[in-house]
Design a protein around this ligand. Structure first.
Ligand SMILES: *Cc1c(COP(=O)(O)O)cnc(C)c1O
Length: 442
């Protein structure tokens, strides 16, 4: 553990004091630049995202077969965008403020296969690995119909190889279920926050679940060590993977098409604000990258974290990135938002995206529960606690007069705004677990 001089840190970075005190913090990054200036620092391009999209298209016939629930979308794993007008009114009342523009929800919570945003990146990385192995072995070409992967021959082929990952739950679900379906031998190293039902579900799919009493960083570290011992084992590195990141980024182009179909305009007169719950950063970072490529300067992304796990805000704000953890400033990293229970952010994502993310804020656990039950009451939509982190975003943005003025967004333009809350998980939470979540809300 590094030695962090907290007094020195707070004198240079006064907001750290509020983070330590577990207060809800909103920070707009003064170093944000235009999309043109910021994108080159990411180190990945539009072509990389188009390539990822094409790979998912190649696998679509396989997925439609292997997971019949994806047959309705021809094997494309995508979620709906819905209007949540009653929730908007309820938020205005709750926070005693008005929100200009429309409030919408991106329901990654209800993505097929694993019921969370991890069905984007996690599944994509497993498919990428499988494709590479099969092509190198001369068993597959990119012109083939990938339906053929759904066979004993391929399952047998993949069974020579293994995959490992460290996770707080949802990444393990996506990678575990996908890998096992293809025939891989797969180990998921689960941190203490991981819910029992997720472990049970994985075991029922034949996944080897390794449990830790420590947090996410330890689970990742141990998973990595375990994988290094076996040359046939591929370790999926949530903290640094560009492949995961690209899997998430495909969401940008997809959302652009969905908005076109729904007649939702996004341009300089019709700004789009997107609120993304952030754990280690790959999910929200990759999605934000895709959104910037798709919508340019018309889209504004904000990351949301629990007050007990503000790793990305801390890393970007202090510029220490992965060189600092929340534990090192005395925060426990214990939160009801298990998908966001990460103490040290991805340095890759923090650096790649810091010029393109407008702001970061934290939210209290009780607030997550209250919003969870409010959304259920107003709209009949059930999410897991992590997925509510974005729900406070529109309130923060509407109240940030200086920030909006800096963007030249007057009240007329704000009337045309779309606020998109990225709902990242919850669709597969068992009914009895959901009742417990709902009961926590006031
Ligand atoms: C993993 C996860 C996130 C955040 O993704 P990161 O890549 O860890 O930043 C958000 N919400 C839920 C429900 C998740 O499982």
């Amino acid at each position: 553990m590094n030695h962090i001089d907290i007094n020195k840190l707070t004198s240079n970075f006064p907001l750290v004091r509020d983070l330590v005190d577990l207060k809800e913090v909103v920070w707009f990054n003064p170093k944000v630049t235009t999309t043109d200036q910021g994108l080159p620092y990411v180190g990945l391009t539009q072509d990389d995202v188009i390539d990822a999209q094409a790979r998912l298209q190649r696998f679509a016939p396989y997925l439609a077969k292997a997971f019949p629930e994806t047959a309705v979308t021809q094997g494309i794993i995508e979620s709906e965008v819905v209007d949540i007008p009653k929730m908007k009114v309820a938020l205005e009342k709750r926070y005693n403020t008005s929100i200009s523009g429309q409030l919408r929800l991106k329901k990654d919570s209800h993505l097929p296969i694993s019921g969370s945003i991890k069905a984007r990146g996690g599944i994509y990385e497993v498919l990428t690995h499988a494709e590479k192995l099969a092509i190198n072995a001369g068993l597959l070409s990119t012109d083939d119909n990938y339906e053929k992967l759904f066979s004993d021959k391929f399952r047998e082929f993949f069974s020579q190889y293994s995959i490992a990952v460290g996770s707080t739950g949802n990444l393990g679900m996506s990678i575990g279920i996908m890998s096992a379906k293809l025939g891989f031998s797969v180990s998921v190293h689960m941190s203490a926050d991981a819910r029992q039902w997720k472990k049970d579900k994985l075991r029922s799919h034949g996944v080897n679940v390794v449990e830790y009493e420590q947090d996410y960083s330890i689970a990742v570290e141990e998973g990595r060590k375990e994988a290094e011992k076996d040359p046939n084992c591929f370790f999926i590195d949530d903290e640094n993977s560009k492949t995961l990141f690209l899997g998430y980024a495909v969401a940008g182009l997809r959302l652009k098409r969905q908005f076109e179909e729904q007649g939702v305009r996004v341009d300089s007169e019709h700004p789009l604000f997107v609120y993304l719950p952030c754990g280690v950063g790959g999910g929200p970072g990759g999605v934000a990258f895709g959104l910037k490529l798709a919508f340019g300067d018309a889209v504004h992304c904000l990351f949301a974290e629990p007050t007990h796990s503000p790793c990305m805000l801390l890393g970007v704000y202090t510029q220490l990135h992965e060189g600092i953890s929340v534990q090192e400033i005395g925060i426990d990293n214990v939160t009801a938002a298990d998908g966001l229970a990460v103490g040290r952010a991805s340095g890759f994502v923090g650096r790649a995206m810091e010029r393109l993310i407008d702001g970061y804020y934290t939210i209290d656990d009780q607030e997550l529960y209250d919003l969870l039950s409010l959304l259920n009451k107003e709209e009949g939509i059930k999410l897991e606690p992590s997925a509510l982190a974005g729900m406070a975003g529109a309130v923060h943005v509407t109240q940030a007069k200086d920030y909006l003025q800096g963007l030249s967004l007057d009240s007329q333009k704000m009337q045309n705004a779309t606020h998109l809350v990225w709902a990242t998980g919850g669709g597969m939470v068992p009914a009895d677990e959901m009742q417990k979540y709902l009961a926590q809300g006031k």
